[in-house]
Design a protein around this ligand. Structure first.
Ligand code: ADP
Length: 161
């Protein structure tokens, strides 16, 4: 059984992430979406909120599990018996950022392989940070994030009346 891990901040989950997660779920026996708890990175949603939004968004995928982790990804993977890391690629910038990470993870554990998946072209410009910026100016983000995330963004960002 091959267990793959899709790791990231997912602050919040977008259709770009879900595209990569669902395509991975078609290939691997089991996919764990591992949400990183990173005290050094300011996030809009707490880790509990991000886990909840992700769980709601992948409910229809029976072989996908959602979890959070702290520390090094390869330590978490050892604990879970996973040996494939999935990362999505949108651009050359993503590639440059991902290369040293993949090399470092391989150095730390030779049994772990990083697989890169090209984004579907309609999501190549999509990022959590752009979604947050657009939502903060009351722009509609439907079509970019699932409805539960759209609602959560409204609650979090729009002034209470
Ligand atoms: P990180 O903080 O680790 O970059 P993100 O939540 O931004 O976490 O992204 C998690 C993963 O999803 C990364 O592999 C990233 O490249 C990928 N990703 C993000 N947005 C998209 C998108 N629109 N299409 C495909 N992959 C994406």
């Amino acid at each position: 059984m091959t267990i793959a891990v899709c790791s990231g901040s997912f602050d919040p989950v977008t259709y770009g992430h879900l595209d990569i997660i669902s395509r991975s779920a078609n290939i691997f026996d089991k996919v764990i979406v591992a949400i990183l708890i990173n005290p050094n990175k300011k996030s809009l949603f707490s880790v509990e909120e991000r886990v909840e939004l992700m769980r709601d968004s992948v409910r229809h995928l029976p072989n996908v599990e959602v979890d959070s982790f702290e520390g090094l990804l390869i330590h978490y993977m050892q604990k879970k018996g996973a040996n494939v890391i999935i990362r999505g690629l949108r651009s050359v910038t993503d590639f440059e950022y991902e290369m040293p990470l993949a090399a470092m993870n391989r150095q730390l554990n030779h049994e772990v392989e990083t697989f890169f998946m090209m984004t579907s072209s309609q999501y190549s410009y999509l990022s959590s940070s752009l979604v947050k910026e657009a939502a903060s100016y009351q722009a509609s983000v439907s079509g970019l994030v699932p409805p539960v995330v759209e609602e959560a963004l409204k609650k979090k960002l729009l002034p209470q009346r």
